[in-house]
Design a protein around this ligand. Structure first.
Ligand SMILES: Nc1ncnc2c1ncn2[C@@H]1O[C@H](COP(=O)(O)OP(=O)(O)OP(=O)(O)O)[C@@H](O)[C@H]1O
Ligand SMILES: [Mg+2]
Length: 319
């Protein structure tokens, strides 16, 4: 240890933790401050509708849609990614926001992992891949850092991904949430009035309770449910295209009927869907004519119909 001489100023500590690699325009507190502050900050009370705090409006984005599920691993990110590309293939302008701080998978699934640049107006410019504007917490900070965020930290990051990003004019902003009913969903609904939420589920009867939890959370937060998407619904034989119902049939459909929400379609359980995500070229981008991509296209078309019928569109401000 060396003591400072009289009049000598202390040099700033060199960056020594993974936060050093965080995006320079990420204003949420980083590095050791994150863990230090995080341990002193109590997590805010969960699931209280606080619409009065919603002061991000994003008027140039027509539909802001969260993709959620009651439990993990059901295919939210896969659905969010392929749905976004299906909507773009149908002519829409689409942004995809990966709000899963605890396991951002959109960078891998879209095959891009780099730090976004900043405009002269100090707005973060989303990356573009497969015609989709992309932002992810994974582009901004190393995964191990975001993993420890809770409450206020997470809230700050979500707000910044919405308001400090130059999204431009979009028809859709699809927002991929982490599983369950936690801080991110709360922060998002507190920050921005959403057009609605999509619930992804698998067909088993046991998934019913998870869907119920998801639906209940969004109802409490005052966010309309736009529909249920059943993923891994059936196995499609790659040789003869025969469908095999591996799990109980139509669980998602029955569930959506039970909750009185729209059923937007079924996505097959398929090795190609999984591989495509792993290699960073989602199936709808790599094989747009495949039956799997058609299934995503059907979901996109159904969603469009639901939105048109419900008239839940925000005004598109022409600048
Ligand atoms: N229809 C499908 N057919 C085959 N594999 C699939 C399908 N949907 C998703 N998968 C695979 O299942 C795994 C989990 O999918 P994904 O990451 O999309 O789920 P998630 O709900 O976003 O998970 P998490 O809750 O961890 O965020 C991934 O490996 C993905 O490629
Ligand atoms: Mg995911």
């Amino acid at each position: 240890m060396r003591f400072l001489k009289k009049g000598e100023k202390k040099k700033p500590d060199p960056p020594s933790d993974p936060a050093a690699k965080a995006h320079p325009d990420l204003k949420v507190i980083t590095g050791s401050q994150v863990s230090g502050r995080q341990s002193r900050q109590p997590t805010p009370p969960q699931q209280q509708p606080q619409q009065q705090q919603q002061n991000i409006t994003l008027p140039n984005i027509k539909y802001k849609i969260a993709v959620a599920s009651g439990k993990g691993g059901v295919g939210k990110s896969t659905v969010a990614t392929n749905l976004a590309i299906s909507l773009a293939n149908a002519g829409a302008t689409v942004g995809l926001l990966d709000a899963d701080a605890y396991g951002p998978s959109i960078p891998t699934m879209m095959g891009i992992q780099e730090q976004p640049k900043t405009s002269p107006e100090r707005k973060i410019i989303p990356l573009v891949r497969h015609d989709i504007k992309l932002m992810s917490i994974g582009f901004m900070v190393p995964e191990e850092q975001a993993m420890i965020w809770r409450g206020p930290m997470l809230h700050g990051a979500i707000r910044q991904l919405l308001s400090d990003v130059d999204w431009g004019e979009l028809d859709y902003l699809i927002i991929d949430l982490p599983p369950g009913t936690g801080d991110v969903a709360l922060s998002l609904t507190q920050a921005l009035p959403l057009t609605g939420a999509l619930i992804v589920t698998t067909p088993q009867d046991v998934a019913l309770a998870d869907v119920r939890r998801g639906v209940a959370m969004f109802e409490r937060l005052g966010v309309p449910i736009l529909g249920v998407i059943e993923n891994m619904s059936y196995f499609l034989c790659p040789h003869c295209n025969e469908k095999t119902e591996i799990f109980s049939a139509d669980g998602g459909k029955n569930t959506s009927e039970r909750f009185g929400v729209a059923f937007l379609g079924q996505i097959p359980l398929d090795a190609e869907v999984c591989t495509a995500g792993d290699i960073g070229v989602p199936i709808v981008a790599g094989h747009p004519e495949s039956p799997q991509s058609e299934a995503f296209g059907t979901v996109a078309a159904e969603l469009t119909t639901v939105l048109e019928e419900s008239g839940e569109e925000d005004e598109l401000t022409i600048l």
